[in-house]
Design a binder for this molecule. Structure first.
Ligand code: FEO
Length: 408
């Protein structure tokens, strides 16, 4: 196949793969994905930063060949820096090693331990284990390695190209999108911010404390001062790196907008009416709100809105003494994502309808408190069968009160 590389700096090329067809990445709903890999041409050594998913090696190889042709050199890669070993970056490594058997592989200790477990039976090379502060000289170009342990896997690593000021950040600062051009400036800023937020909410939020720690550590070490470009392994390349760093700093510290996310599901339209009434109350205070209907909307979008909301309002009917089961997926997901790890607990209000005995509010209160939310139990609204005008007025007042709280 023929596929072009993209020069992103002097002697540095994007050589990744475009997964136009991806719609799901282990449960994260995506509109396509990219697996970014980069070639760095030193005077003495040429390095490939990361790899691509299984099935995309042909595309990676075609772009590598194109980059070498543009540099007027025969194809010869000396170094592979494998910053992370999740399949989307590692899947093509066996084919790569078959083509480049003499390559020196640099990776974290955890990656060195686990790559053989990812490919049972693969004849692995000897790994050069790297840790924070280690350097690699390519001749005229050098790397400094920075451990990104648990951002978001134990093997994760960042590579800083010192002379060019490019931070190869692997998953961090990425977006799951697939576009025809490679830079941040090539897409609408709102679209880029939305997909950076979706990526953070769905894949990084659990590690918020570590994001703060890593940004502080990299600032104190002087690494971030050098960075003029962030080249992640997914999505657009940041020529304005501070934009991405500021977004991560905001979300990682729990700084949220004056915004409420309303989520509901319904069996016979009772909680739906209650959700609409809650929304009217929020709107009466001029506070931004987004509404999601669990039957129709997807968790990947819901959690992205929750990320920068100060509060949520959640309502489902009672079914068999507990919450309507469709909310279970969201509850389990919120428990995984741990938005409360920022140290800031978002406020939550519940509403529900029931036939005879209740149970949804009690169970959801337990779930949300455990997931790091601050459930305002005294404001919960529960109706027997169809909500009366009085109940809907109560929902309106609850929405209004919550909106006033997020404005404080
Ligand atoms: Fe893009 Fe954690 O893999």
């Amino acid at each position: 196949m023929k596929a072009d590389s993209v020069k992103i700096a002097d002697g540095v090329y994007w050589v990744g793969a475009l997964d136009w067809d991806a719609r799901d990445f282990h449960g994260f709903t995506v509109p396509g994905m990219t697996y970014n890999a980069y070639l760095v041409f030193g005077d003495e050594k040429i390095a490939l930063i990361d790899n691509v998913d299984a099935g995309f090696y042909g595309e990676l190889k075609a772009r590598i060949e194109d980059a070498f042709a543009k540099e007027g050199k025969d194809v010869k890669i000396d170094v592979l820096v494998q910053n992370h070993i999740e399949n989307d970056h590692l899947g093509s490594v066996p084919e790569f090693l078959a083509d480049f058997p003499d390559v020196e592989v640099y990776c974290s200790k955890k990656a060195a331990e686990n790559i053989p477990l990812q490919f049972p039976g693969l004849d692995c090379p000897e790994f050069n284990v790297i840790k924070t502060g280690d350097t690699l000289d390519l001749g005229g170009k050098s790397f400094t390695f920075i451990s990104a342990n648990m951002l978001h896997w134990p093997d994760s690593n960042f590579t800083l190209y010192n002379e060019g000021g490019i931070l190869f950040s692997n998953d961090a600062f990425g977006q799951h999108i697939c576009e025809s051009k490679r830079f941040d400036t090539d897409v609408d800023p709102g679209y880029l911010a939305l997909h950076t937020k979706r990526f953070y909410a769905n894949l990084v939020s659990l590690s918020s404390r570590l994001v703060v720690k890593k940004v502080t550590e990299m600032t104190e070490a002087g690494y971030l001062d050098k960075v003029t470009m962030i080249a992640p392994c997914h999505g657009q390349i940041w020529t304005n790196p501070q934009t991405a760093i500021d977004m991560y700093a905001k979300w990682a510290t729990g700084d949220a907008d004056e915004k409420i996310t309303v989520i509901y599901d319904t069996m016979h339209h009772s909680t739906q009416k209650m959700a609409h009434a809650v929304m009217e109350g929020i709107m009466s205070e001029g506070v931004e709100a987004k509404m999601f209907y669990l039957k129709k909307d997807i968790e990947s979008d819901i959690v992205a809105e929750i990320l920068d909301s100060k509060a949520i309002c959640l309502g489902v009917p009672t079914m068999m003494n507990g919450p309507f089961p469709r909310v279970g997926k969201l509850m389990y997901y919120l428990d995984c994502l741990r938005f409360g790890n920022t140290g800031v607990r978002k406020k939550a209000v519940l509403f529900s309808s029931k036939g005879w005995a209740g149970g949804a509010i009690r169970k959801l209160t337990e779930n949300l408190n455990a997931a790091g939310f601050d459930v305002l139990e005294e404001d919960a609204v529960e109706t027997l069968y169809v909500p009366t005008d009085d109940v809907l007025d109560q929902c309106y007042e609850v929405g209004k009160k919550l909106a006033q709280m997020v404005k404080e």
